[in-house]
Every structure is written in structure tokens, then in C-alpha cells.
Design a protein. Structure first.
Length: 202
């Protein structure tokens, strides 16, 4: 099986199975394992804190990073840009092992339903612009201090990460539809709230 056809769970397991004699792993090396799917794995890593039981404010940190990745996709970059200090940052194999232990089962279930299809959606410039624009806007929503929205917005953005990782065009179309509906709905609610506030003040 070629590396590009490997399942995400298999690649993560191969990376996580190192020991003390294995050379240290940095972000550059991790992204290299995923090649053209580097945006997908980076988006997944950015989202992980959203699903952890940590204090409030995680969205304010993760949201801008999601938007940054979206901007790079919108500009049709083939490889994600990261600052030098972050590219050289060591990646803990133990953390990857814990992630696989807790989330490996659901990841395999997604992989059973997903497969590479409609590959042109990941290579056509216009399609990449749409994906990038939606991620920019969803990242901004995730960053807003709105109670109880980290999980739903995080799960929505996770669809994009999995679609990019599995090169599943059908899943990407579903993510487009869900993302667009969320943005339109949020815009409607925001407009109503501003109208109510204006009427209240007037």
C-alpha cells in the first residue's frame, strides 16, 4: 500500500510506536509522514484541545489557528506554513499513544465509512478556496466567547480535518453544506440580536 493510501490510524500508530532509541519526532517530521494530507493532520492536532476538559478560552486559542490554516488553503498553498519554533517543536509519542487509546476506536469507525473519492475536490484551486474560506469563518466563530459552542463548532471543523485526511470528497461536500448552514444560521441570529438591541436602546 502506498503511503498516500495508508489509513490515518495506521500512520499514527506507526509514528507512535517508537521507543527511547527512536530519533525524536518534531512537527516537520510528523507532517512529512502525511505528505499531501498534512493540512488534515495539522487541523486535527489544532482541534484536540477543544475536546479536552480544560478551562474556558480554548476556542480563543484554537480558532485563530484554524483560520490561519484556512487562509493558507484559500491561498492554495500545497504545504502548511508554520513558524520555525513550532516546526521544530518535539511531538510526544506518548501523547499520540494516549490519543489512539482514547480515540482510535471512533477514528477507525470513520475510516470504515470513508474512502478516497472525488479527488479533484482536493486539487482544484476553486474547491480549495471554498474549503479555506469556510475554515476561516468557522475558526472565527470558534474563537468567539459564546458559551457551550466549543464542542459543536469543534465537531463541525473536525469533519473538514477528516475529509482532508481521508481525501474523501463526499465527506468534504457534507462539511461544506454543514459549514455553510451554520454560518447562515449564525448570521441570521446575529442580525436578529442586533435588531433587538437597536430597538431596545432606541
Amino acid at each position: 500500500m502506498t503511503p498516500s493510501a495508508d489509513r490515518t490510524s495506521d500512520l499514527l500508530a506507526d509514528i507512535a510506536n517508537g521507543d527511547d532509541s527512536t530519533p525524536p519526532l518534531d512537527m516537520d517530521a510528523l507532517l512529512g509522514h502525511f505528505r499531501r494530507r498534512a493540512f488534515g493532520i495539522l487541523l486535527l492536532l489544532v482541534l484536540l484541545p477543544v475536546f479536552l476538559p480544560v478551562p474556558f478560552g480554548v476556542g480563543a486559542l484554537c480558532g485563530p489557528l484554524v483560520s490561519l490554516l484556512g487562509l493558507q488553503l484559500m491561498l492554495n498553498r500545497r504545504w502548511p506554513w508554520l513558524p520555525g519554533w513550532l516546526r521544530r517543536r518535539p511531538v510526544s509519542r506518548q501523547s499520540l499513544q494516549r490519543f489512539l487509546k482514547k480515540g482510535g476506536r471512533w477514528l477507525k469507525r470513520v475510516e470504515q465509512l470513508s474512502r478516497p473519492r472525488l479527488d479533484w475536490l482536493f486539487t482544484h484551486p476553486a474547491s480549495t478556496v471554498v474549503t479555506g474560506l469556510l475554515l476561516i469563518l468557522l475558526g472565527l466563530l470558534l474563537a468567539l466567547p459564546i458559551p457551550l459552542t466549543n464542542y459543536p463548532f469543534g465537531l463541525l471543523i473536525l469533519l473538514y480535518a477528516l475529509a482532508l485526511l481521508e481525501r474523501d470528497g463526499v465527506l468534504l461536500l457534507i462539511a461544506w453544506a454543514a459549514g455553510s448552514a451554520t454560518l447562515i444560521g449564525f448570521a441570521g441570529v446575529a442580525s436578529e440580536a442586533l435588531g433587538w438591541l437597536h430597538g431596545f436602546i432606541a
